[in-house]
Design a binder for this molecule. Structure first.
Ligand SMILES: [Zn+2]
Length: 165
């Protein structure tokens, strides 16, 4: 079973999920060979979405088979290299990927905003309490139920102590 408390687990998950997108994104900038693709993604994403060496070439092979990229062998600085070019179909795929990842990023961002704005300090026991009230009400005073001390208090918006996680 995966160790979900291990940061590397989440980082690998992101890498696995996003590297396909970024390979296509890299090739939308200009035709590149494998090593350049890795280097380019590494720089642009600070390494977070770079495909592993073992996954890049099978991925490119798959893209070529599906006609998302084409390849030709060229002489690059005196060495024969397979250079990949994104096709129109690949460009279309990239647009779809951009839309999906873009809206996912927005959702993640908004939930982080939400939890920041909704973590309040209970005035009775001073523990962190999650509430929706602050977002949902225009009231100056709103009820806050604290799950820890089980007391319901009234919080004045002007006295809010908002803690940031
Ligand atoms: Zn409390």
């Amino acid at each position: 079973m995966a160790d979900y408390n291990n940061k590397a687990y989440w980082e690998n998950l992101v890498k696995m999920s996003l590297s396909r997108y970024f390979v296509m994104y890299a090739l939308s900038q200009k035709p590149m060979h494998g090593y350049d693709i890795s280097k380019w993604i590494g720089e642009v994403t600070k390494g977070c979405c770079c495909p592993t060496e073992g996954s890049l070439y099978p991925m490119l092979k798959e893209f070529e088979k599906g006609n998302y990229v084409t390849s030709e062998t060229l002489l690059v600085s005196g060495r024969e290299r397979k250079v990949y070019t994104l096709t129109d179909k690949g460009l279309e795929t990239l647009t779809i990927g951009k839309e999906v990842w873009g809206s996912t990023a927005d959702i993640i961002q908004s939930t982080m905003q939400y939890s920041k704005e909704n973590l309040l300090l209970c005035p009775v026991c001073n523990s962190k309490t999650r509430t929706k009230a602050y977002m949902d009400t225009e009231l100056l005073n709103f009820p806050l139920f604290c799950p820890k001390c089980k007391k319901e208090t009234t919080v004045n918006v002007r006295q809010l102590k908002i803690t940031v996680v």
